[in-house]
Design a protein around this ligand. Sequence first.
Ligand code: NAD
Length: 282
Amino acid sequence: MSKQQIGVVGAGTMGQGIAQVLMTSGFEVQIFDVSEAALEHARSNINKGLDKLVTKQRLNEEERQAAKQRLVTLTALEGLAGCEIIIEAAPETPDLKERLFRDLSTLAPDAILASNTSSLSLTRLAAVCDKPERVIGMHFFNPVPVLKLVEVIRAEQTSEASVARIEALTEAMGKTAVAVADMPGFAVNRLLVPMINEAAFLVQEGAATPEDIDAAMKLGAAHPMGPLTLGDMIGLDVCLAIMEVLYEGFGDSKYRPCPLLRRMVDAGYLGRKSGRGFHGYE
Ligand code: NAD
């Protein structure tokens, strides 16, 4: 597949990481963003990412130069028309993603259209497209160059051929695909975020301190970091939003967001990015 043209929509945190891994895996990448500044920032971050790989001796000088030449930046969506696969990593806003998918499905009538959405229904996105059988979820994890998993989400309409193409692309990017049905939270967030929410309940109930809860899960369950440290890293606002999606999506009280989590988000204690969460980061 190494000569394939792959499109990436959105040059933020995830789009940059996805583009970098595609480039080092030998794909020609066309990345589109509405913001020229975001594209410039993405190119600079990708170059830094490639430098880091050279320092770690995972890439040689020749490979770095070759990878750099595989990136084209675009401010017109039409530039993606020749791509065989397009991976969307635009903001998590339903209207925006639906508009993008509708436009992509007409301008690239034969391309596979993959979304990196964390929480939206792929089935609903597919429903606004021509040939909905080519719409699929490709859920990467942050930081993309480091984390090996891609959840491949099958919408109701997704064909087996589309699943096979995306599994092959995932493998060619050096990642591992796990196929999951189109359900709120897919697999990883449905398991991980309720654990963080439950840890917040433990703090709320005064059962143990955040430090002790994290130590317990590191030492007793061999987790590389405790659930509250992890929640602070993801962002408590993001964790709350995922709990809301699970609660609303399943209509099951077991997914109710912890009131303490909600109060912390209301107070602006969002974790690492705001300097304070369950732990302090001043
Ligand atoms: P981000 O805010 O870092 O980047 C979004 C980019 O999209 C920005 O550069 C913005 O300029 C651009 N954009 C805005 N409107 C656009 C449009 N109409 N067309 C094209 N680009 C547009 O966001 P992110 O964290 O990279 O998240 C992107 C997607 O990935 C979301 O769906 C998110 O849920 C998902 N996701 C995020 C993470 C994470 O940890 N950040 C992990 C997995 C999945």
